[in-house]
Design a protein. Structure first.
Length: 327
């Protein structure tokens, strides 16, 4: 393992369905990252295809945005740039799998031209998008293992723990979040589109919104604990700005194995933040030491169905109250 590794995370406002524009934006950030010596660069969830317009598409519309990892032009471009700059570049897209299904996927393109693809395990964006059923952890040329969890995957503590147990030192956590219309009384709430549109003249207001309960404040309730409890770095990338009828809050950040924010932005703009990760923090971090005291024989309940589990779309959008185990 190298002593340090240079990483960066990006927030940018994609255009719905406009792959050419989105890839052009990504190329600019990749070039900037290369100049700055970045070795791992993380872009947001579904940033190539666009995100929140997808639920409004019909099946054919979603299929038209999808592409194969092996033959798709978008992943081919990112793979080419990863090799050129000897960089790990992570990018979100809609995958057309060899099984004929569509997935909300994230491609980690490696310096040697290989690609590791994670399929979101809790996908709710469209009925035609299937959920993945596997964790993704892989080796890198720098002696660290990297894992991937997409958006909601990170909200379930079991997924972060499983990824850590599979050896992940760094977790790529691409999102499209902030400003969502949560049904939870104290969850995120919408940020007015006009505030984003008037951000140049209402800078204090939009900064307060991005740092508030529907943005950074919400993230800090749970995201740093995934890093702390599992002794791993988290690279959080996100969309920013108007995304169909919602406003993403950016807040791109890098978190260390103690749950401390190493670098972040709350700018209401396209941005990239970078940081040198001190890998010597991992072995004696609190989460790693506590994990050594695990008693797996006690955790069988975690693998038992409780009877109130729902599919991802129902769990996300149902108006019914979730079931509670009482026995």
């Amino acid at each position: 393992m190298t002593a340090t590794i240079k990483t960066a995370v990006v927030q940018f406002q994609h255009q719905a369905g406009n792959k050419k524009y989105n890839l052009m934006m990504m190329e600019g950030f990749i070039q900037q990252a290369a100049i700055n010596g970045v070795q791992i660069l993380a872009f947001p969830e579904m940033c190539i295809s666009g995100y929140w317009h997808v639920p409004k598409l019909d099946n054919d519309g979603v299929a038209a945005l999808a592409e194969s990892v092996e033959t798709g032009s978008s992943v081919r471009l990112i793979r080419k740039l990863a090799v050129k700059h000897q960089m790990l570049i992570g990018a979100g897209f809609i995958e057309r799998g060899d099984d004929g299904r569509l997935y909300n996927a994230y491609a980690a393109c490696m310096p040697d031209g290989s690609v590791y693809t994670h399929r979101k395990m809790h996908a709710f964006e469209h009925p035609s998008i299937s959920c993945g059923d596997a964790y993704t952890v892989f080796d890198t040329p720098w002696g660290v293992k990297v894992g991937i969890l997409i958006c909601w995957d990170n909200n379930l503590v079991e997924n972060a723990r499983a990824t850590a147990l599979l050896g992940a030192d760094i977790l790529l956590a691409p999102h499209q979040t902030g400003g969502t219309n949560s049904r939870s009384p104290y969850g995120m709430k919408p940020i007015p589109l006009e505030l984003w549109e008037q951000r140049a003249t209402r800078q204090e207001e939009i900064t307060a919104a991005f740092k508030g309960a529907s943005g950074r404040e919400w993230l800090l309730r749970w995201l740093p604990s995934r890093a702390h409890d599992n002794g791993m770095f988290i690279l959080f990338s996100n969309g920013v700005g108007a995304d169909d009828d919602e406003v993403r809050t950016g807040n791109a950040m890098i978190i260390d194995p103690y749950g401390r924010i190493v670098k972040e932005t709350w700018a209401a703009a396209d941005a990239m933040v970078s940081a040198e990760l001190d890998l010597s923090l991992i072995p004696m971090s609190t989460g790693r030491r506590w994990m050594a005291g695990r008693r797996p024989e006690l955790y069988h309940t975690l693998t038992e169905r409780q009877g109130y589990e729902r599919d991802a779309i129902t769990a996300r959008f149902s108006e019914e109250l979730p079931g509670i185990k009482t026995r």
